[in-house]
Write a protein that binds this ligand. Structure first.
Ligand code: FMN
Length: 298
């Protein structure tokens, strides 16, 4: 069975966490050129030409291996995987959904796949479905969460590591060399980094979003209800605090999450939601991704 590093084909077992629709080919390439595994976030892409354009832009900027995240509930998932395989991508991550149906296609295309899991039960099921590895995401992470009680990275990673025999990458709460070393000590072969790479020089994230993360301190994020059965983690800004106080019983309806994510593009900062992990409390600067990777592996 190949190790995580063999599947990634890069120098360091550090994976760039996908962030919704946020794609910066400059950032993916900079991460690859610094020895880690850059990834495009193709999970929510509807137009296949957009996927082709982003892949092409990364290939113009690096000759190192890179990957992409696909979301299993996206009806275009299979077509995106075919484009990735034709483009020479070797490893993908799969999120949000049961992996059983898609992994035969992933393997027929000659790809390896790491499935993103949020719980021990999810991890054990995914291994039985034939995935090649796991990204194990603890409760402190940014991004989508379930509404069930969840374990932190410190608890979930050793639980999963003891229960499965495929390689795992730990995610959630990792921003520097201390978190990286802790993840390896817990049984992971590598890490996936979301919030720390979001707040980097090359990231395409809006400056005010980066600023919201930098201002975030201990206890500075909260889980918000979205899509009827899920939660997502965001920085508690003054505007969000007001919204939560005004809507104790109908927060999900009042939130209109999709619209608030797009509010960044409209320059509507009052209504924008700054998604981020708890680890935002540790982030106080906006370095290059090279600096982040060098410090992490030092
Ligand atoms: C705003 C935001 C959006 C995210 N979108 C996705 C996504 O589309 N697909 C996915 O698999 N993970 C997504 N994630 C999770 C990250 O890829 C990564 O696993 C997570 O941020 C790790 O935790 P950390 O933020 O503590 O580093 C998202 C995270 C954030 C903060």
């Amino acid at each position: 069975m190949p190790s995580l590093l063999e599947m990634l084909g890069c120098r360091y077992p550090i994976i760039q966490g996908p962030i919704g629709n946020m794609n910066s080919p400059d950032m993916v390439a900079a991460i690859c050129n610094a020895g880690a595994f850059g990834m495009l976030a193709l999970g929510f892409i509807r137009e296949l030409d957009d996927a082709r354009r982003l892949i092409g832009a990364v290939k113009e900027r690096t000759n190192q291996p890179f990957g992409a995240n696909v979301v299993l509930m996206n009806p275009q998932c299979g077509e995106i995987l075919k484009i990735l395989a034709q483009s020479g991508v070797k490893t993908v991550t799969t999120s949000v959904g049961q992996p059983g149906d898609i992994y035969p296609l992933i393997h027929d295309l000659g790809l390896k796949g790491l499935h993103v899991v949020l719980s021990l039960a999810h991890a054990v099921r995914a291994e039985k479905s034939g995935v090649d590895g796991l990204v194990v995401v603890g409760a402190e992470a940014g991004g989508l969460r379930s509404r069930k009680p969840e374990s932190s990275t410190m608890v979930l990673v050793p639980l999963v590591s003891d229960a499965v025999s495929i390689p795992i990458a730990a995610a959630g709460g990792i921003a520097d060399s201390r978190g990286y070393r802790a993840a390896l000590a817990l049984g992971a072969q590598g890490v996936q980094i979301g919030t720390r790479f979001m707040v980097s020089r090359e990231s395409g994230l809006h400056d005010k979003w980066k600023d919201a993360v930098i201002r975030c301190t201990d206890g500075g994020t909260t889980l918000l209800p979205v899509q009827k059965v899920l939660m997502t983690r965001a920085v508690i800004t003054p505007a969000l605090e007001k919204l939560i106080a005004e809507h104790p019983h109908d927060l999900e309806e009042a939130l209109q999450y999709g619209d608030r994510i797009q509010a960044w593009d409209r320059g509507d900062y009052e209504n924008a939601i700054a998604g981020a992990g708890q680890v935002g409390a540790l982030i106080k600067d906006i370095p290059s991704v090279k600096h982040i990777i060098e410090e992490m592996t030092s």
